[in-house]
Design a protein around this ligand. Structure first.
Ligand SMILES: [Zn+2]
Length: 158
């Protein structure tokens, strides 16, 4: 890539470092012409198609702010939200697609959120899945109860 200082068309990589989450690589580069140093960050592209048709880069921050609303008053920390957003991103990247829609993100959030806090999960699911009656809540809660019962039965079997 072009040197940002002198526009020289080439640069040399002097150092590469993978980020802690393994999702990006930071490279230190040096321009062979002016000696200027700069950094680039390389990530696999991941774009989100919004309901309006607008395409924007995937953002963990947006996942966190969506989930944060559902977690108001619940014992969920910012660290929990960050972990959730990371696992959402990882699970989406594992599908190998470079373009997803907001629906896929909602789906990817439901699993880990349910694990984190069931009340927040119900709130989020009610918005995301557009619950429009108490029956929808009843069905979701019945499903949670059934899964709890199944988990207990599995534990008993061990
Ligand atoms: Zn240069």
């Amino acid at each position: 890539m072009h040197c940002p200082f002198c526009r020289h068309p080439d640069s040399r990589v002097v150092d590469s470092r993978t980020s802690d989450d393994g999702l990006s690589i930071r490279r230190r580069r040096q321009c062979p012409q002016c000696g200027g140093r700069f950094s680039t960050i390389e990530t696999a592209s991941l774009n989100v198609i919004k309901r309006s048709g607008v395409i924007e880069p995937f953002s963990r921050e947006k996942v966190m702010s969506g989930v944060r609303k559902a977690c108001q008053g619940r014992p969920v920390t910012e660290g929990d939200l960050a972990m959730l957003a990371q696992s959402v991103e990882e699970s989406i990247r594992q599908t190998g697609s470079s373009q997803i829609d907001t629906n896929d993100i909602g789906l990817a959030i439901l699993g880990p959120l349910r694990h984190l806090d069931e009340v927040a999960y119900l709130r989020f699911a009610s918005v995301y899945q557009a619950f429009d009656s108490l029956d929808d809540f009843d069905a979701a809660i019945a499903q949670l109860r059934a899964d709890h019962a199944a988990a207990v039965a599995t534990a008993d079997a061990d």
